[in-house]
Design a binder for this molecule. Structure first.
Ligand SMILES: [Zn+2]
Length: 150
């Protein structure tokens, strides 16, 4: 099992939201960042954010009303603004991944404007709509997998 897979597995029963930053080679860059307030997002320092570009952020969504089953607006903003290569979220045994590819013609600020315009992330039952939206961009790969528990 890779370190990333070990962490995914350890996140299955998280009651606090946790995050780790990895390099593309699978090396841990930033150790555990944790938020137990239940507010639904982790606050990173400017110093930590400097390391995000080109790397992989993995975080858990906890089982409370803020812990959605897919990426939040906050997650997607962080992904684009900090130029992450990949963002992953774990909730229960579900892992979702959004990867930025070096192809396709994507304008990041355009994507963020469209997301905000449609209000896709704010009301109703947005999860499948967000994912459909993210899947429509050629520069992005959205995928999900299940953690094997045996
Ligand atoms: Zn999240």
């Amino acid at each position: 099992m890779t370190k990333i897979e070990e962490i995914e597995k350890s996140m299955m029963h998280d009651t606090c939201e946790r995050a780790f930053l990895f390099s593309l080679d699978g090396d841990l860059i930033l150790p555990e960042e944790k938020d137990c307030s239940g507010k639904g997002s982790i606050t990173f320092s400017e110093e930590e954010l400097k390391h995000f570009e080109g790397n992989i952020l993995i975080h858990s969504h906890v089982r409370n009303k803020y812990g959605g089953w897919t990426f939040t607006e906050h997650d997607i903003n962080l992904f684009f603004r900090r130029k992450l290569r990949e963002i992953r979220m774990v909730r229960g045994n579900i892992v979702k991944s959004l990867v930025h590819l070096d192809k396709g013609n994507c304008n990041h600020s355009d994507i963020l404007v469209k997301l905000a315009e449609f209000g896709l992330l704010k009301n109703g039952d947005p999860e499948s709509t967000i994912e459909e939206f993210l899947r429509s961009y050629p520069c992005l790969t959205f995928s999900e997998h299940t953690i094997e528990t045996h």
